[in-house]
Design a protein around this ligand. Structure first.
Ligand code: SF4
Ligand code: FES
Length: 281
């Protein structure tokens, strides 16, 4: 039998798709946001991601796509990542309308391709918030979070030598609550999920983490004022209690932190001005 070029291409394509079906691999279409920098406007570009194993992580799938782009001489897709195990908070991708993708309680680097199905189209965007300007493609500048943290997210008392853990008694329920807040990885998904681009969940987690523990008490009220002031200065929006931040947070940080932060903020303003001024000076 003699095959012409067209037949050969069709035979090879169907052979690949049969192989994919046999090993469970997938062919996907990606709509990826490409943007040169914050000063230029961006657009969606469509790519094929072929023969993708369901066991790959989402970032590994992007690595495969980037490898093929590089081989073709095209510019790879820029995206942030570091630990690739849900710790650093760098992998900030908005996938099919959700920060960190459609599964709850995980980061993009913990998202596996088995979440998607063969033939699916996946839309990938950067975080959208004016306080997080696009650096390139899917990478955004989240240094606003660093500046909020620097405004007061620390304990500056001289703690002296390390004391025995049991010497400072903290009720378990308080220790657990402080620990839960400390799991915030500063990824910014809460901002990306919020229609107002509010950073209240992030800031309240940092404030709770310190404000619940004895070591955080001396600066508790000056801290909340300074961090909230910096948050406003960075241009984040206000909270209107939609709860999108809590629903999309990969560390499942609770909205109750925001209530606690508001309580401390108003206490500082109404009843503790003298104390706050003393700490600030
Ligand atoms: S509160 Fe959640 S979503 Fe927001 S920065 Fe922290 S971990 Fe990320
Ligand atoms: S790369 Fe560190 S949390 Fe995803």
């Amino acid at each position: 039998m003699i095959l012409d070029t067209c037949d050969l291409i069709l035979t090879t394509k169907s052979h690949i798709s049969n192989l994919n079906r046999m090993n469970g691999n997938m062919n996907l279409t990606l709509k990826v946001w490409r943007q040169k920098n914050a000063q230029t406007s961006g657009k969606f570009v469509t790519y094929k991601a072929e023969n993708i194993s369901p066991d790959m992580s989402f970032l590994e799938m992007l690595d495969v796509v980037n490898e093929s782009l590089t081989h073709k001489g095209d510019e790879p897709i820029n995206f942030d990542h570091d630990c690739r195990e849900g710790i650093c908070g760098m992998c900030s991708l908005y996938i099919n309308g959700h920060p960190h993708g459609p599964k709850r309680g995980i980061t993009t680097c913990q998202l596996h391709m088995r979440t998607f199905h063969d033939g699916e189209t996946i839309t990938i965007e950067p975080w959208r918030a004016s306080a997080f300007p696009v650096v390139k493609d899917l990478a955004v500048d989240r240094s606003a979070f660093d500046r909020i943290q620097q405004a007061g997210g620390y304990v500056s008392v001289n703690t002296g030598v390390t004391t025995d853990g049991n010497a400072l008694l903290i009720p378990k329920v308080i220790a657990d609550e402080a620990f839960n807040s400390a799991t915030c990885i500063g990824c910014g998904a809460c901002v990306a999920a919020c229609k107002n681009a509010s950073a209240m969940l992030f800031v309240s987690a940092k404030i709770t983490q310190l404000g619940l523990l004895p070591q955080g008490q001396p600066e508790r009220y000056s801290r909340v004022q300074s961090m909230v002031a910096q948050m406003d200065e960075e241009g984040f929006g206000s909270c209107t209690n939609t709860g999108a931040c809590e629903a999309e947070c990969p560390k499942e940080i609770k909205l109750t932190n925001i209530a606690r932060m508001n309580n401390d903020f108003f206490s500082a303003k109404l009843f503790r001005e003298e104390e706050v001024n003393e700490v600030k000076h």
